[in-house]
Structure formats: structure tokens, C-alpha cells
Design a protein around this ligand. Structure first.
Ligand SMILES: Nc1ncnc2c1ncn2[C@@H]1O[C@H](COP(=O)(O)OP(=O)(O)OP(=O)(O)O)[C@@H](O)[C@H]1O
Ligand SMILES: [Mg+2]
Length: 169
């Protein structure tokens, strides 16, 4: 059976410091795997790579047979940060919510360009009637990157903001 997750010759550097120097390891399904080592051995770096929270300078990271954490194009990363900041500020100022959730995922299937999807939801008052400067601004930014922004905000039933941004190769 193939490994649940695998590092293959990964090098992870932070500036001058080399945290992982050509590390290979396979985590087999159905087995308990422990990463042991002294402080600074690179355990956290290895786990961050496996979770897709960091990218190696070289080598390969495989999770469940192939998906590899991808780096987002800088324009997309900036746009995601702007949208989350605007949405979070709006929730704080306007929503009167007790809960908010942020989800980011990447996807895309045959025939469709790969895209990154962002969803920000709250359980507040909803009822957004029109776009002010904040929402119009992120709408323009998303459009300029070829993406889409949808806002679903029925009165009394919270707000869901969905952005989809294409990932050009
Ligand atoms: N999460 C939310 N829940 C409820 N109402 C919201 C939410 N987000 C925005 N709104 C409503 O939609 C309006 C427009 O939002 P938008 O962010 O575009 O403008 P703004 O926050 O008022 O001003 P700014 O230009 O500084 O962002 C807000 O004034 C508010 O009434
Ligand atoms: Mg706003």
C-alpha cells in the first residue's frame, strides 16, 4: 500500500539555517509514526511540510498519493489577505455575530482551471443591501484577477462571502 504521506529528499532552510537537509520519510497508513529528536532537529518543520503549511526549497512532499502543497501566486495571496481583512472588519463592525468561520481550499478538476476558494461566513444579522467601498474594493480586486465574488446575506440569517481566484500555472 502506498504511504499516507511522504517526504522525499526535502530541504527546508530558514535563511542561513538548514532545518531539514535532504530528509526522506514515509508515513504508512494504519501505523503510528513518532518523530523523535532533540530541540532543533526539524520535527516541526517536517510536520509543517506534511500539512502544507510550508513549502520546501527542494524535494517533494506527497500526501495521500500525490497532492503537493502549492505556493499561491503573490497577487492571489495579497487578494486573499485583503478579502479576509475586509470581511473580518465588517463582521466586527456590522454583523453582531457570535461566530465567524474562514475556510480556504484549492481545487479544480479536468477541464477547469485550478482555483483557490475562500469562504468567510458569520451568523450575524445578514441583510447586506449593497456594496460599500469595502466590498466594492475587494470585488474589483477579485475581478481584476479573473475571479468571482459572491455575497449571500439574507436578513437575519448571517452572511456568506465566497471568492474564487484562478491559479494560473
Ligand atoms: N458581515 C456583515 N453582516 C452584516 N452586514 C454587513 C456585513 N458586512 C457588511 N455589511 C453591511 O454592508 C455595508 C457595506 O459594507 P462595506 O464593507 O462595503 O462598507 P463599510 O464597511 O460600511 O465601509 P468601508 O468602505 O469602510 O468598508 C455595511 O455598511 C454594512 O451595513
Ligand atoms: Mg467594510
Amino acid at each position: 500500500m502506498s504511504a499516507a504521506a511522504r517526504l522525499n529528499g526535502v530541504v527546508k532552510r530558514y535563511g542561513e539555517k538548514i532545518a531539514l537537509d535532504g530528509v526522506s520519510l514515509a508515513i504508512e497508513p494504519g501505523k503510528v509514526t513518532a518523530l523523535l529528536g532533540p530541540n532543533g532537529a526539524g520535527k516541526t518543520s517536517a510536520i509543517s511540510l506534511l500539512l502544507g503549511l510550508a513549502a520546501p526549497q527542494s524535494g517533494a512532499v506527497e500526501v495521500l498519493g500525490g497532492t503537493k502543497a502549492r505556493e499561491l501566486p503573490p497577487g492571489v495571496e495579497t487578494a486573499l489577505a485583503m478579502i479576509v481583512r475586509e470581511a473580518a472588519t465588517n463582521i466586527q463592525r456590522h454583523a453582531g455575530a457570535t461566530q465567524a468561520d474562514i475556510e480556504i481550499s484549492t481545487g479544480g478538476d479536468a477541464g477547469r482551471a485550478a482555483a483557490v476558494a475562500l469562504r468567510v461566513s458569520d451568523n450575524g444579522r445578514g441583510g447586506i443591501a449593497g456594496r460599500g467601498n469595502g466590498l466594492a474594493g475587494i470585488g474589483e480586486r477579485v475581478r481584476s484577477l479573473g475571479g468571482t465574488l459572491e455575497i449571500d446575506s439574507p436578513p437575519g440569517a448571517g452572511t456568506v462571502l465566497r471568492a474564487s481566484l484562478p491559479l494560473t500555472p
